[in-house]
Design a protein around this ligand. Structure first.
Ligand SMILES: Nc1ncnc2c1ncn2[C@@H]1O[C@H](COP(=O)(O)OP(=O)(O)OP(=O)(O)O)[C@@H](O)[C@H]1O
Ligand SMILES: [Mg+2]
Length: 250
């Protein structure tokens, strides 16, 4: 199986070299757990360092803010965009019915999943993209009570993305919960993880020590992966994960 470097420092060696190429990985976690940074690191480093152009679809945050925030990690999105390696598709404005002054946007009339997919295909083909990110699936505004509709939408998304061979990262939100509070939910609607080929869960304990962030590989089809909670850190160069034994090495 061909592998794609994730761009997350330390992660590839825990999943046999990287994400399965051309597949979809879901990254889920509570608010502020690092989903946007994770998915951007995958897209940006892929485009700039591994020569795999990327399209980043933003449904929640405005592109201007993203460009600003990501500069903190030394990721110059604007430059990569100008070089044609990287593109942001702004779906955040359409979602609330506003016009957007971005190069790639959706009609102001709101989010239509088919139009969104068409647009992603268009841009990806134009730039020869190899990576696609959708941040986040919750931003699609699907009706939570309609599980069949959600499943269908995600299957459709996955099917189209698979057909085109892009390696895709989709983010999803989950409410913070403890292991004691009943069955774990891994995604907003509880169905996304079944459709995706891989599921990575991000945790943040928020106690203020160095290792209060953790990453957990819940599944990665076709891959022998690390099974423990993995300490992770958001550093000035982006997300770094460490094997627990390294963390405690003196
Ligand atoms: N430059 C930075 N250095 C260290 N930590 C940072 C930096 N920028 C952001 N963070 C941390 O990352 C968090 C935001 O990460 P990110 O936006 O990726 O989370 P998210 O899971 O996408 O959140 P949301 O659910 O709100 O979209 C911040 O709350 C902060 O704790
Ligand atoms: Mg986010």
């Amino acid at each position: 199986m061909k592998r794609v470097k994730t761009g997350i420092y330390g992660l590839d060696e825990l999943i046999e070299g990287g994400f399965p190429a051309g597949r979809t990985v879901l990254v889920s976690g509570g608010c502020g757990t690092g989903k946007t940074i994770f998915s951007m690191q995958f897209a940006y480093r892929g485009a700039v360092e591994f020569d795999e152009p990327a399209v980043f679809v933003t449904l929640d945050e405005r592109p201007k803010m993203i460009r600003e925030d990501m500069l903190r990690f030394g990721w110059d999105l604007k430059k990569a965009e100008q070089q044609g390696k990287f593109a942001i598709l702004d779906a955040s404005a359409a979602k609330v019915g506003f016009p957007s002054d971005e190069k790639y946007t959706l009609p102001q009339s709101g989010i239509d999943i088919d139009k969104l997919l068409m647009k992603i295909m268009d841009i990806s083909q134009q730039m020869g993209a190899k990576r696609v990110v959708i941040d986040s699936i919750a931003g699609l505004g699907l009706q939570a009570e309609n599980v069949n509709e959600i499943r269908k939408t995600i299957l459709k998304l996955n099917y189209l993305l698979l057909k085109t061979n892009y390696t895709t990262v989709i983010t999803s939100e989950i409410a913070e919960q403890s292991f004691e509070s009943g069955p774990m939910m891994f995604s907003k609607y509880g169905v996304e993880e079944y459709v995706a080929d891989g599921l990575i869960v991000l945790h943040y304990l928020g106690i203020g020590t160095q290792s209060n962030r953790q990453l957990y590989i819940r599944k990665m089809r076709g891959t022998k992966h690390f099974e423990d909670l993995i300490p992770m850190e958001i550093t000035p160069k982006g997300i770094v994960v460490k094997k627990p034994e390294d963390e405690y090495k003196i």
